[in-house]
Ligand binder design. Sequence first.
Ligand SMILES: CC(C)(COP(=O)(O)OP(=O)(O)OC[C@H]1O[C@@H](n2cnc3c(N)ncnc32)[C@H](O)[C@@H]1OP(=O)(O)O)[C@@H](O)C(=O)NCCC(=O)NCCS
Length: 165
Amino acid sequence: MACTEISDSDREELAAFIERYWGAPFVMSRGQVYYPHKQPGFIERRNGQIVGLLTYHSHHDAVEILTLNSTVGGHGIGSKLVLHAIGKTRELRRKRVWLTTTNDNLHAIGFYQRLGFRMTELNLGAVDEARKVKESIPLLGERGIPIRDEIVMSLEIEPFLDDGD
Ligand SMILES: CC(C)(COP(=O)(O)OP(=O)(O)OC[C@H]1O[C@@H](n2cnc3c(N)ncnc32)[C@H](O)[C@@H]1OP(=O)(O)O)[C@@H](O)C(=O)NCCC(=O)NCCS
């Protein structure tokens, strides 16, 4: 099934999905709290069930991916959702798409780099600070790595030749 944009009728289902995969109804990025189910994004479904979800927040100059989840790994769902976010960034005429991830998330760090993202910022201790607000953030992550820092990953958007800029 094709990837669809989030609509208001999805939001209740998204709230439950976010709570399940992110341990709370909200996520934190650069010290800000976001409720992803209230934000725009893209959904991939199989037999009616959500198998992929990307939510984003549109800043004045860039699009920030807030959450990305794929429940069926290795079938291209995550990549497809990110490509949709890149397309949306162009459509909104923003120049950059970026996201934050945690230092333990080696899989995601590799995944985004393969899609062309660069590591553009390291916020030391940002997750330790976020945990004071969101207590459900575990102390240990992938392969027992202490979760402490936030890595910003960014992709600059090349303007189309006919964009006039
Ligand atoms: C990161 C995440 C979204 C990737 O989703 P995914 O659906 O597995 O992504 P893809 O299938 O597009 O790519 C995953 C891998 O499968 C490979 N792949 C893609 N399509 C494939 C196919 N048809 N056959 C075999 N392998 C394939 C890709 O090369 C990719 O390799 P890599 O991870 O080593 O880069 C997913 O692992 C996830 O939900 N993680 C937990 C939440 C998270 O960390 N989110 C990101 C931080 S915001």
